[in-house]
Ligand binder design. Structure first.
Ligand SMILES: C[S@@+](CC[C@H](N)C(=O)[O-])C[C@H]1O[C@@H](n2cnc3c(N)ncnc32)[C@H](O)[C@@H]1O
Length: 212
């Protein structure tokens, strides 16, 4: 039987994006001002590459996008590292390419088991790993977005994130299917060790700080 495709699926096809997920990042960037021209973006769990394509457009020719995934990412102008985010080798391979990045993105998702609490816990593990990686590579005042499936562990995770970022919002972009339990945690302005020395003029707040 032919599956019914939705609005964003068709829009992605028409716009040349590799996934409908591209629109989630576009919408979050429009609302929270995450990615600017010239930025270096680390995209974790990037395959097939919709977010990487959007990030590439936003950073332009003076920026860089480094995509990491177990599966291939084939996007012109995007640097790809094939690997598991939990392996030290992957961290070393990121380190060979960059010292610091401006934005860390994670749309990583576990293989869905169908057991809500299990899938939630696995998604939190991936998000916590993205946070660990951000702590290594994110520059002070940089931003991070991570996906999690809703559940009772979000509260504790958000608390952890609030220690590291000035602004933390749980957000569900319009392009995220209402029936999906996924939400994104948008984290702005990393409180890095050298925060007091930074003066990059990046003082944008979100357009709308309402929690969803
Ligand atoms: C929802 S998809 C990402 C879609 C992507 N943002 C896009 O716009 O095309 C989630 C990805 O997370 C990746 N992933 C899950 N666990 C991972 C891990 N441990 N290391 C690296 N990638 C992982 C999967 O391989 C999958 O490609």
């Amino acid at each position: 039987m032919k599956r019914r495709r939705d609005y964003y699926y068709n829009l992605a096809k028409r716009s040349g994006y590799k996934s409908r997920a591209a629109f989630k990042l576009i919408q979050m960037d429009e609302r929270f001002y995450l990615i600017r021209e010239g930025y270096v973006v680390l995209d974790l769990g990037a395959s097939p590459g919709g977010w990487s394509q959007v990030a590439r457009e936003l950073v332009g020719d003076t920026g860089r996008v480094i995509a990491v995934d177990l599966k291939p990412v084939r996007v012109p102008g995007v640097e790809y590292i094939r690997g598991d985010v939990f392996s030290d080798e992957t961290i070393e391979r990121i380190r060979e390419r960059v010292e610091k990045v401006d934005v860390v993105l994670s749309d990583m998702a576990p293989k869905i088991s169908g057991v809500t609490s299990w899938d939630h816990a696995r998604s939190i593990e991936l998000a916590e790993r993205a946070h660990e990686i951000a702590r290594i590579f994110l520059r002070p005042r940089g931003h991070m977005v991570v996906k999690v499936f809703q559940g009772d562990m979000i509260r504790g995770f958000v608390k952890e994130l609030k220690r590291d970022f000035e602004l933390v919002k749980v957000h569900k972009p319009k392009a995220s299917k209402p029936e999906s339990s996924e939400v994104y945690i948008v984290c702005k302005r990393f409180r890095g060790a050298d925060l007091n020395n930074m003066s990059d003029g990046d003082n944008h707040g979100p357009r709308d700080e309402e929690d969803t």
